[in-house]
Design a protein around this ligand. Structure first.
Ligand code: ARG
Length: 460
């Protein structure tokens, strides 16, 4: 005889190590609020279905509410021998209200219970994450609006390519985050389907009314198959995939911030409160926040791979393997939320070093394409223009002069099509202003993009 709730068919207690090995309460206790929410909805429905009396329902609900208060006051005694959050709460309920507590589990299994809990929990997490994405995007829009006219070098291959507006560069991150937001909104629809009522795997013989629990818990739809209901973890994998993409974006963004704060680039200033020093080198100010976010992306990618691997070999329906879904899922959600929070706090505080950026853009022949386009407008084929400008750049490298620093005579060595009007084209402003179309880097287009971004956020 054992003291386990399932101990009836057992003739010896479970091995002490096995009890610890199979328990999940250390990590699944964080589902307590959603577990209680689900149980209250279930009890409410059971009364309406005529399975519980009103007095029983009321005792169960009051008991669960008191347990929630106990947990939140730090007075709840979590017991590993009770395996998981579900059985800890149910056992405590029976302690408190007596045998009525044992009726709560009628028409339900831990299999549909846990699937319900995780979905309710993840739905809330997604909402917090969405709000953090919006906050970060607001910061990007404000910076882009303020710095639409600041010019920096744009890069390909990390080599100076063409001048771009610093605001335009920041709005590239805004676009990526908009897609991350959309993906999570879409994922949330599939998270928000109700497995409760699937019971262990086949449904239940009680006259449950799933429409009632669905409505009480705010689910968008009722899962249509009980076997699928208890075994589906697609929603968690999908969340980790969306979270991985968002972390990949934050990681790339981090890499740029790390480069830009280095003495070699020196493009931006990151306030001291987002950095730490070195215990040996007194001069150091290290960009720890972006470095950590870049590093933490690995945990989230790991969670995605872990969950895919967890699920790939499981026959229907529930298997204990599924208990392993929680830690990676929790960690992925925590990591994404905290990384977004750090970025949302940090981005409004970065300051571009306008002169350094400008000088870097001027130095790298960044207007070479503009000169080629100028010659195209004079009637030459683009390939020939490319070659002409290539010669001019070669001359510039040898003589230490940028294109805009050469005299008209120097430039005309390479083509007699070049006239006085060329200098307007070779300036940084001329270059960015010329890219004046939707999605281009001209500062007025950057301002238009900021306005579109603001409208997008306002409609959320
Ligand atoms: N702790 C379990 C889990 O996380 C709850 C469901 C247990 N069900 C069972 N049949 N053992 O998956």
């Amino acid at each position: 005889k054992t003291n386990q709730s399932w101990g009836g068919r057992f003739s010896e207690p479970v091995d002490a190590f096995v009890a610890r090995f199979t328990a999940s309460v250390d990590f699944d206790k964080r589902l307590y609020r959603h577990d209680i929410m689900g149980s209250i909805a279930h009890a409410t429905m059971l009364e309406q279905a005529g399975v519980l009396t009103r007095a029983e329902r009321d005792a169960i609900i009051a008991g669960l509410q008191q347990i929630q208060a106990e947990i939140e006051a730090g007075q709840f005694d979590w017991r590993v021998d009770l395996e998981d959050v579900h059985m800890n709460i149910e056992a405590r309920l029976t302690d408190r209200i007596g045998i009525t507590g044992k009726k709560l589990h009628t028409g339900r299994s831990r299999n549909d219970q846990v699937a319900t809990d995780i979905r309710l929990w993840l739905r809330d997490e997604i909402d917090v994450i969405l709000a953090e994405i919006t906050r970060l995007q607001q910061g990007l829009l404000a910076q882009a609006a303020q710095h639409a006219d600041v010019i920096m070098p744009g890069f390909t291959h990390l080599q100076t390519a063409q001048p771009v507006s610093f605001g335009h560069h920041l709005l590239a991150w805004f676009e990526m985050l908009s897609r991350d937001y959309e993906r999570l909104v879409d994922c949330r629809k599939r998270v928000n389907r109700m497995p409760l009522g699937s019971a262990a795997l086949a449904g239940t013989t009680y006259p449950i009314q799933r429409e009632i629990t669905c409505q009480l818990l705010g689910f968008e739809a009722i899962g249509g198959n009980s076997l699928d209901g208890v075994s589906d973890r697609d929603f968690a994998i999908e969340f980790c995939a969306a979270a991985s993409l968002a972390m990949m974006h934050l990681s790339r963004f981090s890499e740029e911030l790390v480069l830009w704060t280095s003495a070699q680039f020196n493009f931006i200033e990151l306030p001291d409160r987002f950095c730490t020093g070195s215990s040996i080198m007194p001069q150091k100010k290290n960009p720890d926040v972006p470095e950590l976010v870049r590093g933490k992306s690995g945990r989230v990618f790991g969670a995605l791979m872990g969950l895919l691997t967890l699920m790939k070999g499981q026959p229907l329906a529930y298997n204990k393997d599924n208990q392993e879904d929680k830690e990676p899922l929790f960690d992925a959600a925590d990591t994404l939320r905290d990384s977004l929070r750090a970025f949302a706090d940090m981005i409004p505080a970065i300051k571009p070093r306008v002169e350094v950026m400008r000088e870097a853009a001027r130095r790298g022949f960044s207007t070479a394409t503009d000169l080629a386009d100028y010659l195209v407008r004079k009637g030459l084929p683009f390939r020939d223009c490319h070659e002409i400008v290539g010669h001019a750049v070669k001359y510039g490298v040898a003589s230490g002069k940028d294109l805009a620093e050469m005299s008209l005579d120097e430039l005309r060595q390479f083509s007699d099509q070049i006239t006085d009007d060329v200098f307007a084209v070779l300036t940084l402003e001329g270059s960015v202003n010329a890219r004046d179309h939707i999605g281009g880097t001209a500062p007025n287009q950057v301002r238009a993009a900021v306005a579109r971004g603001q409208a997008l956020l306002a409609a959320r």
